[in-house]
Write a protein that binds this ligand. Sequence first.
Ligand SMILES: [Zn+2]
Length: 122
Amino acid sequence: MIDDKLVRRIVKCPKCLSKASYFSGKIERYRKLLPSQDGRVVCLNCGFNKEHHFTSKDYYYAFQVKDRKLYARGLDSLKTILNHFKSDKHYSSDPECDFPKEFYVHKRLIIHKIEKILIEED
Ligand SMILES: [Zn+2]
């Protein structure tokens, strides 16, 4: 099953490192429908507009949680993740809220970092 609706992720532009958009379709992996790693970067700052193979390094919203990294596709995802950690739940059916155990140990740090980003972006 292929969903032809494009997914938008916020990335760092490969050319100027500004906030840019990454558009890709979805593919089925591990029995889940996930955004494809092949898509296109569109940067409004420098005009970059090219096919790009996505890796986790491209995420614009990313921060270190001890020896791991937390990534978010965009501001909406950050808000979803924030609510998830504030809710005290350890399980979510949302693939974006599927986190390793260590993240729950450091959830105060995560909540603090996300709240800081949201304030800065406001
Ligand atoms: Zn750019």
